[in-house]
Design a protein around this ligand. Sequence first.
Ligand code: NAD
Length: 365
Amino acid sequence: MTRLRLAVIGVGHLGQHHARILASFPDVELVGVVDANPHQAALIASRLGTTPYEHYEPLIGRVDAVSVVTPTIFHHEVASAFLQAGVPTLVEKPICRTLAEADELIALAQKAGVPLQVGHIERFNPAFEELIKRPIRPKFIEAERHGPFTGRSIDIGAVLDLMIHDLDLLLALVGSRVARVAAVGAAVFGGYEDMVNTRLEFENGCIAHVTASRITRHPKRRLRVWAPEGYAGIDFVTRKLTLVQQSEELRQYGLRADQLDVEAKARLKDEVFGRYLQVLNLDADRKFDQLTAELRHFIHCVRTGETPRVDGHAGRNALELAERVLAALQAHSWDGTATGPHGPQPPPPAGWLFPPMRLVQSEAA
Ligand code: NAD
């Protein structure tokens, strides 16, 4: 099999892993890495035995596909340059900064007839893959994505940085359009929201509560789904899926707890999980991580021309919903009045929750 010539544009925190994984594929030749910071390009190139570039232009015409992992504000410029040249492109999430930019990328990919994939990596989390193939019709969902502040991706807020992962997952899982959006969020360290909560009402009756924070001490990434078919819980970090469903006995005969005698009620506590509700814990972990799975899928689509699992339209739909969350967040009133503070800048604190602690110099550093 001929090796596909690939390049990665933007080899910072995440892009260096795209480059490392692509370089490890036997059917891929990593012909170059590009970074606006020449030291970073040189560092990653020397590590992987490839050529560093400071600009992507020389690679147009010399690659069979690219992965674009620059900050979001540059996705459109870089991806459109390659798509215009007919090069299959994987662009990190969010697809672009605006819907108009996303539309342009989709149109360019369509015109060239080449795959455009968007890096919504959790779709390749094996726990989510296990869930979505089951006949579940979600009616209430809770999604939480919390992490500590890293100082990265500060060209966007927590909605486009983190929450968009869950918005994409919900759109894939629920399979319905969103009718109403309410949101509240706060900018703590910069100009964009660092934490946000939204309530989504889908046209098919499903309701979702989604929280994202990039200022939480303890990381957490999980999804909980209630459906007529049962309950599903995913821990994206450990890649574990828990499924709970009614037993055949419960489905067939039901259970009237109010009609049980004292003894039967006493037994119930021990019988709920087992006799009435059955639990399946699936350890969906596998030998390779989801970034490897996502990149393998992209290479497969480049070779076959298949539509990627997360194509430009899916990336655009997630961005569109993210923009609706951002609009709801901007419209949120902190004191319930039309004239009071609105949007992600909260009002000044009314007081201290506890007496402020004075740090000595070494602790503050
Ligand atoms: P980063 O700042 O660590 O790296 C970006 C790199 O791109 C830097 O080295 C920078 O010098 C370089 N760069 C900037 N402009 C460039 C240009 N025009 N051409 C070439 N190189 C350029 O950022 P990051 O955390 O790696 O994030 C990059 C992208 O990946 C963002 O879009 C982000 O949203 C996305 N991301 C996705 C996930 C995920 O889970 N899928 C996780 C983290 C980041």
